[in-house]
Design a protein around this ligand. Sequence first.
Ligand code: NAD
Length: 257
Amino acid sequence: MQLSGKRAIVTGSNSGIGLGIAWELARAGAEVVLNSFTDSADDHALAARMAEETGVSVRYIQADMSKPDDCRALIAKAGGCDILVNNAGIQHVAKLEEFPTEKWDAIIAINLSSAFHTTAAALPGMYAQGWGRIVNISSAHGLTASPYKSAYVAAKHGIVGLTKTTALEAAGKGVTCNAICPGYVLTPIVENQIPDQMKTHGMDRETVIKEVMLSRQPSKEFATVEQMGGTAVFLCSDAAAQITGTTISVDGGWTAL
Ligand code: NAD
């Protein structure tokens, strides 16, 4: 299979987009390491189910992406990786002047700094073998902004900058680094924003989905986790060997507006 013999680590992958990407990488033949900050029976059962259904080796390794040492330990515990998907992320929605400092710090740590630490830990092994793929999950909010999401927009723009710098340093070494910029995908992180958005905008659930969330997504459809997974698999393919330092929007036309 396309990715047989490759080991992929996906941060924040017991849910949502990370889990969808992990499934598609496993279906393409990659050995997969799932991750989150929890260490529950469900987390390990998920790894066992993915292994059984795809026939590849799947492990779950606990590591808190808000902690630099955990980020680097994840790569070491996995035994290095050929494919690194930096996906872990959280969200908080509030006016800038009311934005809690601890939420700002947590979003910058998990959504941005974790990718710096995992990338720094993974690159030496990738350089040594002359092959590597780093896929950073940014957002349409890595290319454009929305009000009330200061920390998230700053972190996602930061990820695009980190992606470009990583690509330049890795160029010519068989290692590429790109960012996927999803529009709205209906996952827990989006589901959890709905009550805040309802409060901030004074709207009911359906109106928030249609007029706030999908207002900027011209397709008027949520993107899917399977589409994110397919895009990640493409970026790991030989066809994408010269695609590096760029962003791929999977956003129903949002950033074309
Ligand atoms: P989600 O809440 O379903 O998944 C987030 C994942 O990150 C979970 O597995 C969670 O356990 C993990 N995580 C959170 N804090 C962590 C920590 N401290 N350490 C390790 N793991 C941690 O959300 P999602 O929508 O799947 O989001 C995944 C990524 O995609 C995020 O970076 C998000 O910003 C990005 N994204 C999502 C959308 C969307 O519409 N859903 C759009 C653009 C970008």
